[in-house]
Design a protein around this ligand. Structure first.
Ligand code: TRP
Length: 461
């Protein structure tokens, strides 16, 4: 292969990148609104359960796929499909495997397009708080959101700024530097979230909010909740996009993949739950009903505009959130670029430019969805929500399922074992058995059931 393949400088470097790519808008922007749509506690419980039963085994599978083949998803799945171990499988499955990598990368392209639009929203609030801080003008956060939503071209502008930053970082091959940045930022963000969660918990809506988030009332789940929980697990852990395959391909041989996967999943879920505990007291305190993708932007800025010194918190919060969004966008573009480089043998800078331009062109649709294209709706969903729902609740679980099956069925069992069995760690043989059982007999039926239930929900209105 002509592509130069780097390695993570340190084991810590990999964790930073993997946790950095898992941690993003999914935790702070998407998680709260999906929880709100699905009635709270029972959904949170279902989500946490699925993180460990389905998400973690899939994550480990993708990391292994990259690490063993030293390739990104398109080449990795093709290598396995052409391997001698694959011959025992049906021709149909091998054909599916040959094509599966393209499907994942296509999802990454479309997700990056609307992820960039939301990153633009974050930039907008960051600028609002900066202006508010320095001009001592009081900030009307509701107006700031309304102005943004009405103004499609402003969103296009913000999105293009975001793409420029991401493209320069990837083209210049400076993720290593950025990795460090994102690494420094994460502990700061962690502390900030804890402070804000404590602040929220002193509000008088806090008890109700905590009950809403933590008390599981299963009657509040609806027929598509399983699919939504599953989709969000894949989205937040970055599974099914090929991202973790690319990351795995940079892992050094001595890293124990199952442990790495488990840690990434645990840290990521903890952050999401904290974000929820911070946000829901604000949601319940709001006089107007709050839902949908605007939820984060309707609640958190209000908190900052009310408390003393809040503007500084606003700047710090949106700066951290922007860096998190940037880290995730970089991970997505890096996935697309590494696949382009391996399959088309193009230069890094050209691949970054072309992928960036295509994603930006696609992003025009969601960027204009709350203004010029407002009329296009399906039920109560606009274009942005529709895109999000189709990709995350339907296509992503299918993509992740196919990739996981390619790993269990087409990779030789000896190779799989060698990744799992660690002589210094006695229970690892058991872990291997459990991992295979989960992938083969537990995850697949859960995903199929989730898709069937969603389909019934769709047709029964
Ligand atoms: N997990 C990220 C988040 O929670 C979003 C994401 C999805 C991502 N797929 C990715 C990030 C691939 C990096 C690479 O916001």
């Amino acid at each position: 292969m002509s592509v130069r393949r780097g390695f993570w400088g340190t084991r810590f470097g990999f964790y930073l990148a993997a946790i950095g790519s898992a941690f993003g808008l999914g935790n702070l922007w998407r998680f709260p609104y999906v929880v709100a749509e699905n009635g709270g506690g029972a959904f949170v419980l279902l989500y946490v359960f699925l993180v460990f039963i389905v998400g973690t085994p899939f994550l480990v599978g993708e990391l292994m796929l990259g690490k063993v083949t030293r390739s990104s998803i398109i080449q990795a799945t093709q290598k396995l499909a052409r391997d001698k171990f694959a011959l025992g499988q049906s021709l149909g499955f091998r054909r599916l495997a040959l094509f599966s990598g393209y499907f994942s990368v296509a999802i990454a392209v479309v997700v990056l397009a609307y992820y960039a639009v939301i990153s633009g929203w974050v930039l907008h609030f960051l600028m609002q708080f900066l202006v508010g801080t320095f001009s001592e003008r009081s900030l009307n956060t509701e107006q700031a959101l309304a102005h943004l939503l009405k103004n499609g071209w402003l969103q296009v502008g913000l999105t293009s700024v975001h793409f420029l930053v991401v493209m320069v970082v990837i083209a210049k091959d400076i993720e290593q530097g950025l990795e460090r940045w994102v690494g420094y930022m994460m502990p700061v963000f962690g502390v900030l979230l804890v402070i804000l969660a404590i602040r929220s918990s002193s509000m008088n809506t806090a008890t109700d909010a905590f009950r809403f988030m933590l008390y599981p009332d299963f009657s509040k789940l609806n027929i598509s909740s399983l699919g939504q929980a599953l989709g969000h697990v894949f989205f937040t852990l970055s599974i099914g996009f090929g991202a973790m395959v690319t990351f795995g391909s940079y892992l050094r041989d001595n890293v124990y993949t199952p442990g790495a996967g488990f840690r990434v999943a645990t840290v990521d879920s903890l952050i999401s739950v904290f974000a929820g505990l911070m946000i829901f007291p604000l949601v319940l305190a709001s006089p107007s009903p709050i839902s949908g993708p605007e939820l984060l932007f309707q609640t958190v800025p209000v908190l900052f505009s009310r408390v003393g010194g809040g503007y500084w918190f606003g700047v710090a919060f949106f700066l951290c959130l922007y860096l998190a969004a940037l880290g995730a966008s970089i991970g997505l573009l890096e996935t697309i670029v590494s696949n382009l480089r391996e399959t088309k043998k193009v230069k890094r800078s050209h691949a970054a430019m072309w992928a960036g331009v295509v994603c930006f062109a696609l992003a025009l649709v969601p960027a204009l969805s709350s203004s010029m294209l407002k009329g296009i709706r399906w039920g109560d969903k606009g274009i942005l929500e529709l895109l999000d729902a189709i990709l995350i609740n339907w296509l992503l679980p299918i993509a992740a399922l196919v990739v996981s099956q390619v790993v269990v069925r087409l990779m030789s069992e000896d190779v799989q074992k060698s990744e799992f069995i660690d002589d210094e760690f006695a229970p690892s043989a058991e872990t291997f058995r459990h991992w295979r059982i989960l992938l083969k007999y537990v995850a697949t039926p859960i995903i199929v059931l989730a898709l069937i239930l969603q389909a019934i929900g769709l047709f029964s209105g």
